[in-house]
Design a protein around this ligand. Structure first.
Ligand code: FAD
Length: 318
Protein backbone atom coordinates (compact mmCIF):
# COMPACT_ATOMS: atom_id res chain seq x y z
CA UNK A 1 0.00 0.00 0.00
CA UNK A 2 1.29 3.48 -0.81
CA UNK A 3 2.19 5.86 2.01
CA UNK A 4 0.06 8.88 2.89
CA UNK A 5 0.81 12.02 0.93
CA UNK A 6 2.76 14.82 2.58
CA UNK A 7 3.16 18.29 1.16
CA UNK A 8 5.13 21.45 1.73
CA UNK A 9 4.43 24.97 0.55
CA UNK A 10 6.84 27.66 -0.53
CA UNK A 11 6.17 31.36 0.01
CA UNK A 12 8.21 34.44 -0.77
CA UNK A 13 8.50 37.52 1.46
CA UNK A 14 6.09 40.26 0.32
CA UNK A 15 7.39 43.68 -0.60
CA UNK A 16 4.32 45.79 0.13
CA UNK A 17 1.13 45.78 2.18
CA UNK A 18 -1.12 44.44 -0.58
CA UNK A 19 1.23 41.54 -1.25
CA UNK A 20 1.50 40.91 2.48
CA UNK A 21 -2.30 40.55 2.72
CA UNK A 22 -2.41 38.17 -0.23
CA UNK A 23 0.40 36.11 1.22
CA UNK A 24 -1.19 35.90 4.64
CA UNK A 25 -4.54 34.80 3.22
CA UNK A 26 -2.68 32.07 1.35
CA UNK A 27 -0.88 30.94 4.52
CA UNK A 28 -4.16 30.78 6.46
CA UNK A 29 -6.00 28.95 3.69
CA UNK A 30 -3.26 26.31 3.26
CA UNK A 31 -2.31 25.85 6.91
CA UNK A 32 -5.24 23.48 7.76
CA UNK A 33 -3.88 21.04 5.15
CA UNK A 34 -1.12 20.44 7.69
CA UNK A 35 1.92 20.63 5.46
CA UNK A 36 5.05 18.90 6.68
CA UNK A 37 6.67 22.36 6.55
CA UNK A 38 6.41 25.66 4.74
CA UNK A 39 9.48 27.36 3.34
CA UNK A 40 10.30 31.02 2.83
CA UNK A 41 12.60 32.11 0.00
CA UNK A 42 15.65 34.25 0.54
CA UNK A 43 17.04 37.07 -1.55
CA UNK A 44 20.65 38.08 -1.72
CA UNK A 45 20.23 41.67 -0.61
CA UNK A 46 19.78 42.92 2.94
CA UNK A 47 16.16 44.07 2.69
CA UNK A 48 14.89 40.78 1.31
CA UNK A 49 16.95 39.01 3.94
CA UNK A 50 15.20 40.82 6.76
CA UNK A 51 11.82 40.28 5.09
CA UNK A 52 12.51 36.55 4.96
CA UNK A 53 13.33 36.64 8.65
CA UNK A 54 10.23 38.70 9.49
CA UNK A 55 7.95 36.33 7.59
CA UNK A 56 9.54 33.27 9.18
CA UNK A 57 8.99 34.79 12.62
CA UNK A 58 5.40 35.78 11.86
CA UNK A 59 4.54 32.27 10.69
CA UNK A 60 6.10 30.85 13.84
CA UNK A 61 4.29 33.33 16.08
CA UNK A 62 0.84 33.17 14.53
CA UNK A 63 0.51 29.58 13.30
CA UNK A 64 1.63 26.13 14.36
CA UNK A 65 3.39 25.50 11.03
CA UNK A 66 6.99 24.33 10.92
CA UNK A 67 8.98 26.86 8.90
CA UNK A 68 12.11 26.23 6.85
CA UNK A 69 13.83 29.49 5.89
CA UNK A 70 15.92 29.44 2.70
CA UNK A 71 19.53 30.61 3.00
CA UNK A 72 21.99 31.28 0.19
CA UNK A 73 25.74 31.76 -0.21
CA UNK A 74 25.37 35.05 -2.08
CA UNK A 75 26.87 38.34 -0.95
CA UNK A 76 27.90 37.48 2.59
CA UNK A 77 30.93 36.01 4.33
CA UNK A 78 30.63 32.62 5.98
CA UNK A 79 30.44 34.02 9.53
CA UNK A 80 27.47 36.19 8.62
CA UNK A 81 25.56 33.29 7.07
CA UNK A 82 26.36 31.08 10.03
CA UNK A 83 25.26 33.91 12.33
CA UNK A 84 21.86 34.00 10.64
CA UNK A 85 21.55 30.22 11.01
CA UNK A 86 22.48 30.39 14.71
CA UNK A 87 19.86 33.09 15.26
CA UNK A 88 17.27 30.87 13.62
CA UNK A 89 18.34 27.97 15.82
CA UNK A 90 17.93 30.14 18.94
CA UNK A 91 14.43 31.06 17.76
CA UNK A 92 13.48 27.41 17.44
CA UNK A 93 13.90 26.92 13.68
CA UNK A 94 15.20 23.40 12.97
CA UNK A 95 14.96 23.09 9.19
CA UNK A 96 16.75 25.15 6.52
CA UNK A 97 16.76 25.08 2.72
CA UNK A 98 20.40 25.59 1.67
CA UNK A 99 21.10 27.11 -1.74
CA UNK A 100 23.91 28.70 -3.63
CA UNK A 101 21.75 31.49 -4.99
CA UNK A 102 22.47 33.56 -8.07
CA UNK A 103 24.12 36.88 -8.83
CA UNK A 104 21.89 39.64 -7.49
CA UNK A 105 20.30 41.80 -10.18
CA UNK A 106 18.37 45.03 -10.33
CA UNK A 107 15.31 44.84 -8.10
CA UNK A 108 15.74 43.07 -4.80
CA UNK A 109 12.05 43.30 -4.02
CA UNK A 110 10.80 41.26 -6.92
CA UNK A 111 10.43 37.57 -6.36
CA UNK A 112 12.18 35.73 -9.20
CA UNK A 113 11.52 32.14 -10.10
CA UNK A 114 9.69 29.99 -7.55
CA UNK A 115 12.36 29.25 -5.06
CA UNK A 116 14.46 32.07 -6.18
CA UNK A 117 16.71 35.03 -5.93
CA UNK A 118 15.43 38.54 -6.17
CA UNK A 119 16.01 40.58 -9.20
CA UNK A 120 13.80 40.60 -12.25
CA UNK A 121 12.45 44.12 -12.10
CA UNK A 122 8.70 43.76 -11.84
CA UNK A 123 7.03 43.17 -8.51
CA UNK A 124 5.48 39.74 -8.23
CA UNK A 125 6.74 36.25 -7.88
CA UNK A 126 10.21 35.25 -8.95
CA UNK A 127 10.88 32.09 -10.83
CA UNK A 128 11.13 28.96 -8.75
CA UNK A 129 14.74 27.99 -8.68
CA UNK A 130 15.74 30.92 -10.81
CA UNK A 131 19.14 31.13 -12.35
CA UNK A 132 18.97 34.88 -11.86
CA UNK A 133 18.79 37.67 -14.37
CA UNK A 134 21.73 36.70 -16.48
CA UNK A 135 24.66 37.95 -14.34
CA UNK A 136 27.44 35.49 -13.71
CA UNK A 137 27.61 34.10 -10.19
CA UNK A 138 30.76 34.96 -8.27
CA UNK A 139 31.27 33.55 -4.79
CA UNK A 140 31.77 36.14 -2.07
CA UNK A 141 35.53 36.26 -1.30
CA UNK A 142 35.00 35.11 2.28
CA UNK A 143 31.81 33.19 1.65
CA UNK A 144 30.59 29.71 0.89
CA UNK A 145 31.14 29.06 -2.81
CA UNK A 146 28.50 26.38 -3.46
CA UNK A 147 25.48 24.92 -1.75
CA UNK A 148 27.43 21.81 -0.72
CA UNK A 149 29.85 24.05 1.25
CA UNK A 150 26.91 25.85 2.81
CA UNK A 151 25.30 22.57 3.92
CA UNK A 152 28.55 21.60 5.68
CA UNK A 153 28.72 25.03 7.36
CA UNK A 154 25.11 24.94 8.51
CA UNK A 155 25.56 21.50 10.01
CA UNK A 156 28.32 23.00 12.17
CA UNK A 157 25.90 25.71 13.36
CA UNK A 158 23.23 23.31 14.62
CA UNK A 159 21.70 19.90 13.99
CA UNK A 160 19.39 21.34 11.35
CA UNK A 161 17.33 19.26 8.99
CA UNK A 162 18.57 20.51 5.61
CA UNK A 163 16.87 20.47 2.23
CA UNK A 164 18.64 21.39 -1.01
CA UNK A 165 17.74 22.07 -4.65
CA UNK A 166 17.82 19.49 -7.45
CA UNK A 167 17.38 19.81 -11.20
CA UNK A 168 15.61 17.04 -13.14
CA UNK A 169 16.60 18.82 -16.38
CA UNK A 170 20.02 19.87 -15.12
CA UNK A 171 21.13 23.15 -13.58
CA UNK A 172 21.78 25.71 -16.37
CA UNK A 173 25.46 25.99 -15.37
CA UNK A 174 26.17 22.27 -15.02
CA UNK A 175 28.35 20.92 -17.76
CA UNK A 176 26.68 17.50 -17.82
CA UNK A 177 24.06 15.26 -16.23
CA UNK A 178 26.88 13.48 -14.42
CA UNK A 179 28.29 16.74 -12.99
CA UNK A 180 24.82 17.70 -11.86
CA UNK A 181 24.23 14.39 -10.08
CA UNK A 182 27.71 14.49 -8.54
CA UNK A 183 26.87 17.92 -7.15
CA UNK A 184 23.60 16.73 -5.67
CA UNK A 185 25.42 13.79 -4.11
CA UNK A 186 27.96 16.20 -2.55
CA UNK A 187 25.10 18.16 -0.97
CA UNK A 188 23.52 15.01 0.44
CA UNK A 189 26.86 13.65 1.63
CA UNK A 190 27.45 17.00 3.37
CA UNK A 191 24.30 16.43 5.45
CA UNK A 192 21.17 17.33 3.48
CA UNK A 193 18.33 14.82 3.64
CA UNK A 194 15.83 16.14 1.10
CA UNK A 195 16.25 17.44 -2.45
CA UNK A 196 13.43 19.64 -3.74
CA UNK A 197 13.38 19.82 -7.50
CA UNK A 198 13.10 22.69 -9.87
CA UNK A 199 9.65 22.72 -11.46
CA UNK A 200 8.98 20.54 -14.49
CA UNK A 201 5.83 19.54 -16.36
CA UNK A 202 6.53 16.12 -17.86
CA UNK A 203 6.27 13.52 -15.07
CA UNK A 204 8.64 11.26 -17.04
CA UNK A 205 11.36 13.87 -16.60
CA UNK A 206 11.05 13.55 -12.84
CA UNK A 207 10.75 9.77 -12.78
CA UNK A 208 13.86 9.31 -14.94
CA UNK A 209 15.73 11.74 -12.71
CA UNK A 210 14.64 9.89 -9.56
CA UNK A 211 15.96 6.66 -11.09
CA UNK A 212 19.28 8.29 -11.97
CA UNK A 213 19.59 9.65 -8.42
CA UNK A 214 18.96 6.18 -6.98
CA UNK A 215 21.47 4.61 -9.39
CA UNK A 216 24.07 7.23 -8.38
CA UNK A 217 23.65 6.42 -4.70
CA UNK A 218 21.92 9.68 -3.73
CA UNK A 219 20.50 8.73 -0.35
CA UNK A 220 17.77 11.35 0.09
CA UNK A 221 14.12 11.98 -0.67
CA UNK A 222 13.78 13.55 -4.09
CA UNK A 223 10.70 15.75 -3.79
CA UNK A 224 9.05 17.09 -6.95
CA UNK A 225 8.60 20.86 -7.02
CA UNK A 226 5.15 21.57 -8.46
CA UNK A 227 4.40 24.94 -10.03
CA UNK A 228 0.66 25.60 -10.44
CA UNK A 229 0.43 27.87 -13.48
CA UNK A 230 -1.19 31.08 -12.33
CA UNK A 231 -0.17 33.08 -15.38
CA UNK A 232 1.22 31.35 -18.44
CA UNK A 233 3.52 34.16 -19.72
CA UNK A 234 5.03 34.48 -16.25
CA UNK A 235 5.66 30.73 -16.16
CA UNK A 236 7.38 30.94 -19.58
CA UNK A 237 9.74 33.59 -18.19
CA UNK A 238 10.48 31.43 -15.16
CA UNK A 239 11.12 28.42 -17.38
CA UNK A 240 13.47 30.31 -19.64
CA UNK A 241 15.48 31.57 -16.71
CA UNK A 242 15.88 28.26 -14.97
CA UNK A 243 16.08 25.94 -17.98
CA UNK A 244 12.82 24.04 -17.41
CA UNK A 245 11.28 22.75 -20.63
CA UNK A 246 7.72 23.63 -21.58
CA UNK A 247 6.12 20.82 -23.62
CA UNK A 248 4.20 21.70 -26.79
CA UNK A 249 1.02 20.07 -25.41
CA UNK A 250 1.14 22.46 -22.44
CA UNK A 251 1.45 25.50 -24.70
CA UNK A 252 -1.54 24.26 -26.70
CA UNK A 253 -3.68 23.88 -23.58
CA UNK A 254 -3.17 27.50 -22.60
CA UNK A 255 -3.53 28.88 -26.12
CA UNK A 256 -5.98 31.79 -26.37
CA UNK A 257 -6.61 32.00 -22.62
CA UNK A 258 -4.64 35.15 -21.82
CA UNK A 259 -7.84 37.13 -21.30
CA UNK A 260 -9.88 34.27 -19.83
CA UNK A 261 -8.78 33.79 -16.23
CA UNK A 262 -11.60 31.44 -15.28
CA UNK A 263 -10.88 28.84 -17.98
CA UNK A 264 -7.15 29.32 -17.40
CA UNK A 265 -7.55 28.42 -13.73
CA UNK A 266 -9.50 25.29 -14.61
CA UNK A 267 -6.90 24.21 -17.14
CA UNK A 268 -4.09 24.98 -14.70
CA UNK A 269 -5.74 22.87 -12.01
CA UNK A 270 -6.32 20.04 -14.46
CA UNK A 271 -2.70 20.07 -15.69
CA UNK A 272 -1.24 20.01 -12.20
CA UNK A 273 -3.70 17.42 -10.89
CA UNK A 274 -2.85 15.12 -13.80
CA UNK A 275 0.83 15.64 -13.07
CA UNK A 276 0.65 14.85 -9.35
CA UNK A 277 -1.67 11.89 -9.84
CA UNK A 278 0.68 10.33 -12.34
CA UNK A 279 3.60 10.85 -9.97
CA UNK A 280 1.51 9.37 -7.18
CA UNK A 281 0.88 6.23 -9.26
CA UNK A 282 4.66 5.90 -9.45
CA UNK A 283 5.07 5.96 -5.69
CA UNK A 284 5.74 9.65 -5.12
CA UNK A 285 4.33 10.56 -1.72
CA UNK A 286 5.86 13.96 -0.99
CA UNK A 287 5.24 17.14 -3.00
CA UNK A 288 6.55 20.68 -2.68
CA UNK A 289 4.37 23.47 -4.06
CA UNK A 290 5.65 26.78 -5.42
CA UNK A 291 2.57 28.67 -4.30
CA UNK A 292 3.68 32.12 -5.52
CA UNK A 293 1.79 33.27 -2.41
CA UNK A 294 -1.57 32.15 -3.81
CA UNK A 295 -3.61 29.38 -2.27
CA UNK A 296 -6.36 28.58 -4.74
CA UNK A 297 -4.67 26.21 -7.19
CA UNK A 298 -2.41 24.61 -4.62
CA UNK A 299 -5.40 23.96 -2.40
CA UNK A 300 -7.33 22.31 -5.26
CA UNK A 301 -4.37 20.11 -6.22
CA UNK A 302 -3.90 19.04 -2.60
CA UNK A 303 -7.61 18.23 -2.39
CA UNK A 304 -7.25 16.01 -5.47
CA UNK A 305 -4.31 14.30 -3.74
CA UNK A 306 -6.70 13.38 -0.93
CA UNK A 307 -5.70 16.02 1.62
CA UNK A 308 -8.49 17.52 3.71
CA UNK A 309 -8.36 20.46 6.11
CA UNK A 310 -7.72 19.47 9.64
CA UNK A 311 -10.40 20.78 12.00
CA UNK A 312 -9.49 20.91 15.66
CA UNK A 313 -13.01 20.25 17.00
CA UNK A 314 -13.52 17.22 14.75
CA UNK A 315 -10.15 15.81 15.77
CA UNK A 316 -11.18 16.13 19.43
CA UNK A 317 -14.42 14.20 18.87
CA UNK A 318 -12.70 11.46 16.85
P1 FAD B 1 24.66 24.46 -6.26
O1 FAD B 1 24.17 23.14 -5.82
O2 FAD B 1 25.85 25.04 -5.54
O3 FAD B 1 25.01 24.33 -7.81
C1 FAD B 1 25.11 25.47 -8.64
C2 FAD B 1 25.95 25.16 -9.86
O4 FAD B 1 27.33 25.06 -9.50
C3 FAD B 1 25.59 23.82 -10.53
O5 FAD B 1 25.71 24.00 -11.93
C4 FAD B 1 26.65 22.88 -9.98
O6 FAD B 1 26.90 21.79 -10.86
C5 FAD B 1 27.86 23.81 -9.90
N1 FAD B 1 28.82 23.40 -8.85
C6 FAD B 1 28.52 22.99 -7.60
N2 FAD B 1 29.65 22.73 -6.91
C7 FAD B 1 30.68 22.99 -7.75
C8 FAD B 1 32.10 22.93 -7.63
N3 FAD B 1 32.69 22.54 -6.49
N4 FAD B 1 32.85 23.29 -8.70
C9 FAD B 1 32.27 23.70 -9.86
N5 FAD B 1 30.92 23.76 -10.03
C10 FAD B 1 30.15 23.42 -8.99
N6 FAD B 1 17.59 31.11 -5.04
C11 FAD B 1 17.59 32.14 -4.16
O7 FAD B 1 18.34 33.12 -4.34
N7 FAD B 1 16.78 32.14 -3.06
C12 FAD B 1 15.97 31.11 -2.77
O8 FAD B 1 15.24 31.15 -1.77
C13 FAD B 1 15.94 29.99 -3.65
N8 FAD B 1 15.17 28.90 -3.40
C14 FAD B 1 15.20 27.82 -4.25
C15 FAD B 1 14.45 26.69 -3.93
C16 FAD B 1 14.43 25.58 -4.78
C17 FAD B 1 13.63 24.37 -4.40
C18 FAD B 1 15.20 25.62 -5.98
C19 FAD B 1 15.17 24.44 -6.93
C20 FAD B 1 15.98 26.74 -6.28
C21 FAD B 1 15.99 27.84 -5.43
N9 FAD B 1 16.76 28.98 -5.69
C22 FAD B 1 16.79 30.04 -4.81
C23 FAD B 1 17.53 29.10 -6.94
C24 FAD B 1 19.00 28.63 -6.78
O9 FAD B 1 19.68 29.51 -5.91
C25 FAD B 1 19.63 28.65 -8.16
O10 FAD B 1 19.06 27.64 -8.97
C26 FAD B 1 21.14 28.61 -8.20
O11 FAD B 1 21.55 28.89 -9.53
C27 FAD B 1 21.73 27.26 -7.82
O12 FAD B 1 21.55 26.96 -6.51
P2 FAD B 1 21.94 25.51 -5.93
O13 FAD B 1 21.74 25.55 -4.49
O14 FAD B 1 21.32 24.46 -6.74
O15 FAD B 1 23.54 25.56 -6.26
Amino acid sequence: MSKAVTVSFEFFPPSDAAMADQLWSAVLRLAPLRPRFVSVTYGADGSTRSRTHDLVMRIRRETDLLVAPHLTCVGAPREEVIGIARDYWRCGVRHLVALRGDAPASDPAAPSTPGATPGTGAPGPKAPGSAGAGCRYQPHPGGFAFASDLVGGLKSAGEFEISVAAYPEGHPESGSVEADLANLKRKIDAGATRAITQFFFDPEVFLRYRDRCAASGVAASIVPGILPITRFPQMLRFAERCGASVPAWLRRRFEGLDEDPETRRMIAAHVAIEQVQLLRQHGVDEFHFYTLNRAELTYAICHALGLRPWVFEEAQVA
